[in-house]
Design a binder for this molecule. Structure first.
Ligand code: MG
Ligand code: MG
Length: 316
């Protein structure tokens, strides 16, 4: 796409607003916008194989909508909308609260979202019957549904103790996914976001978080075969995300790499976009993707990131 003078003038206010924040707030906002961009970009090719993407599109690099959900260009899916629902519950309670999160997810499900994972649906239906916001532990519930929505918890708990971070992560995750691998993935992602907000470099973060995860749970090893066509299994998801994230040096290259692997591409896109946003900041988000995102979702992500970061600053 070529940028005309008019288009550049129209996006200038977004860019100006994005550049007026403190570096940490900027990275928190970029993480949220990155999550939504990755979701909107990846949804077009969700459930396609890399070969099918090559044949149908070539290299997928624009927010065009479509896909199996027949989205309008710039629309997001459950990865972003569940994150926003969770974030609202955190802002309303001024903390991460399991019951408030479960009620927020339940209200989100009643509003008939464009997509919903099987584990999420099953355990929210159980919550409706029992009122218990903690699902029973299950070795089968190792999907990526809790990991895809960790960002509001990450922003709100920035600066807190490790124990408090883990408790908050599990409170939200266990509403639908009560599983050790999911927990390990969620906690690793939250700590990675914190590291980037604090300005750590990716070499440190890889050693401290990704390699530590693999040491504790070798199943997450991502240094071997290229992970293509990742399923919704949280291990597949993180392998694809880590491979793309640590092997690239721009926000754009990271997202293009991960979504062109196909499979659960909206979710790998969302998680990679979150990490890459936190790493690179708003100035590195491509104009065409910022502009391509539906305006109401873009504004909601921006505003919520700022509010959650304010809450984090009040809580420490
Ligand atoms: Mg989705
Ligand atoms: Mg998905």
């Amino acid at each position: 796409m070529f940028w005309t003078g008019e288009l550049i003038a129209r996006t200038a206010p977004i860019r100006r607003r994005l550049l007026q924040r403190s570096p940490r707030t900027d990275r928190a906002v970029a993480a949220y916008l990155g999550l939504a961009i990755g979701d909107a970009l990846g949804a077009t090719v969700e459930f396609l194989t890399p070969n099918e993407i090559r044949q149908n599109i070539g290299v997928h690099r624009d927010i065009t909508g479509g896909g199996w959900l027949r989205l309008k260009a710039g629309q997001v899916t459950d990865d972003t909308t569940m994150s926003l629902a969770l974030g609202q519950s955190i802002l309303a309670s001024s903390r991460v609260d399991a019951l408030a999160a479960a009620q927020a997810f339940d209200a989100w499900m009643r509003a008939k979202p464009v997509d919903i994972g099987n584990t999420v649906r099953r355990n929210l239906i159980t919550f409706r019957k029992t009122g218990n916001p903690e699902a029973s532990a299950s070795e089968h519930d190792a999907g990526n549904g809790a990991a895809m929505r960790v960002l509001p918890v990450a922003i709100a708990t920035f600066g807190q103790s490790t124990e408090a971070i883990i408790a908050a992560s599990r409170a939200q995750a266990h509403v639908t996914h009560h599983n050790e691998l999911s927990d390990a993935a969620c906690e690793t992602l939250i700590l990675m976001v914190h590291d980037f907000l604090a300005g750590k470099n990716p070499v440190e973060v890889e050693k401290l978080r990704a390699e530590d995860l693999v040491r504790r749970y070798p199943v997450f090893a991502y240094d071997k075969k290229r992970r293509e066509n990742p399923s919704g299994f949280v291990v597949d998801t993180l392998q694809a995300v880590f491979q793309a994230f640590f092997a690239t040096e721009t926000f754009e290259d990271c997202l293009v790499d991960v979504v062109n692997r196909g499979g659960d591409a909206d979710t790998t896109g969302a998680i990679a976009g979150m990490l890459a946003g936190a790493r690179y900041g708003c100035a590195e988000l491509p104009e065409r993707w910022l502009k391509g995102l539906d305006e109401s979702w873009r504004d909601a992500c921006e505003k919520q990131a700022e509010q959650l970061f304010e809450l984090a600053n009040l809580s420490v």
